[in-house]
Design a protein around this ligand. Structure first.
Ligand SMILES: *Cc1c(COP(=O)(O)O)cnc(C)c1O
Length: 377
């Protein structure tokens, strides 16, 4: 076995993280909702025009918060792409909802909006639009459908920080500003990270006071601290969704340098785009395409090999050269848990294609492309 010299991902540090964590300690408050939590939340509200932002422990938690805020009940149906991370479906399955899977587009893994109308019925409450790999879904088409059927729209923008949607008039709008709710991840594999972290964006102001309660373990702590309530009580369902100031301090150091981090990733992404097709020519890989309605965020670089056998071979050969490439999502409609619920077997051609054939190459802010290039020869 050779050792891995070029990992798939390596967490990036600006160097200031340690300083801000010490400062958080000096502030005398390490629990949630202190100085650094506010700094991070305000950063997003100002820079991207998000509604109200709540830091969470993960995007998974942010999705669970959204499910609580929508007050989903066991008979409700939620439409979710099959080709996504487990949490996109699990957060709603936790509330007992029926998960209805939609297939992806042939030329990129986002939801195929044309398939949505036939999946909607009286029980449908929400559509979860995943901006796969930071590539925008077709928001015009999806929003026309959620508006027509009066459904909730949740953007699972886990990997989509600093990604934009370009509308037919060429106007650019940040991902995370479309849905009633949007969720993001700061897991170490995402562009901006604090190890494990995430946030919920609440764009519909009607849900803000409820979100304050759900975020605060189902209590009215926020209103009580503001002097608006004379008792601190259990008022709704909720959980300990708010992360500590230690996480927020780490995150703040990254947010301060988001432009640098994005620029580094852009240089590496462009290098991969310009060089991998030559270096891996013999595999006849179909390289990722950026949809015309998306300004992406250099989150990932992928290709489609011919079949999963060839993918295993390529992963093995790269590993021998010390490079770690990976595949990822396996369509959730074929997952052991979903099938254990006695759901009928479905064929979702595109989700199965991406599950079998998609390969992701290393991409992180301080990847050494010279080393990668030499090892690939
Ligand atoms: C990474 C990811 C998640 C999970 O994020 P966590 O912060 O690890 O919970 C959810 N959905 C999508 C689309 C993701 O890429």
């Amino acid at each position: 076995m050779s050792t891995i010299s070029i990992p798939f991902n390596s967490p990036y540090s600006t160097g200031n993280e340690w300083h801000y964590i010490q400062d958080a300690y000096k502030e005398g408050k390490l629990a949630a909702d202190g100085k650094y939590t506010s700094k991070c939340q305000e950063f997003f509200e100002k820079k991207y025009g998000f509604g109200k932002v709540y830091l969470t422990h993960s995007c998974t938690h942010a999705l669970e918060m959204a499910a609580l805020l929508m007050d989903l009940k066991p008979e409700d149906e939620v439409i979710v792409p099959s080709y996504t991370y487990v949490s996109t479906a699990n957060a709603f399955a936790l509330r007992g909802c029926k998960i209805v899977f939609v297939d992806s587009l042939p030329d990129y893994p986002g939801i195929d909006p044309n398939l949505l109308p036939q999946l909607i019925n009286d029980k449908t409450r929400a559509i979860i639009a995943v901006h796969y790999g930071g590539l925008a879904c077709d928001m015009e088409q999806i929003m026309a459908i959620t508006r027509k059927h009066k459904l909730f729209l949740v953007e699972d923008a886990a990997a989509a920080i600093n990604g934009f949607y370009i509308d037919p008039n060429k106007k650019r709008q940040p991902l995370g500003t479309f849905g009633h709710f949007a969720t993001f991840s700061f897991h170490e594999t995402k562009n901006i990270s604090c190890g494990e972290g995430g946030m919920l964006v609440v764009n519909d102001p009607e849900f803000i006071s409820k979100a304050d309660e759900v975020w605060n373990r189902g209590t009215n702590r926020k209103a009580f601290n503001a002097g608006n309530k004379n008792k601190y009580e259990w008022v709704s369902l909720g959980s300990a969704f708010a992360p500590s100031e230690i996480n927020a301090a780490w995150l703040w150091a990254q947010l301060e340098q988001i432009e640098t981090i994005q620029q580094n990733r852009k240089v590496i992404w462009l290098w991969l785009k310009n060089n991998l097709p030559n270096l891996l020519e013999e595999y006849e890989i179909e390289w990722m395409k950026i949809p015309s309605h998306a300004e992406h965020n250099y989150h990932l670089f992928y290709g489609l090999v011919k079949n999963f056998k060839q993918r295993d071979e390529l992963i093995k050969i790269l590993k021998q050269k010390g490079i770690l490439a990976v595949f990822h999502y396996q369509g959730l409609h074929t997952s052991p848990y979903y099938l254990s619920l006695e759901n009928p077997i479905q064929k979702l051609v595109q989700a199965e294609k991406y599950s079998d054939r998609l390969i992701r190459f290393p991409l992180f802010a301080n990847l050494n492309t010279e080393d990668l290039s030499q090892r690939m020869q």
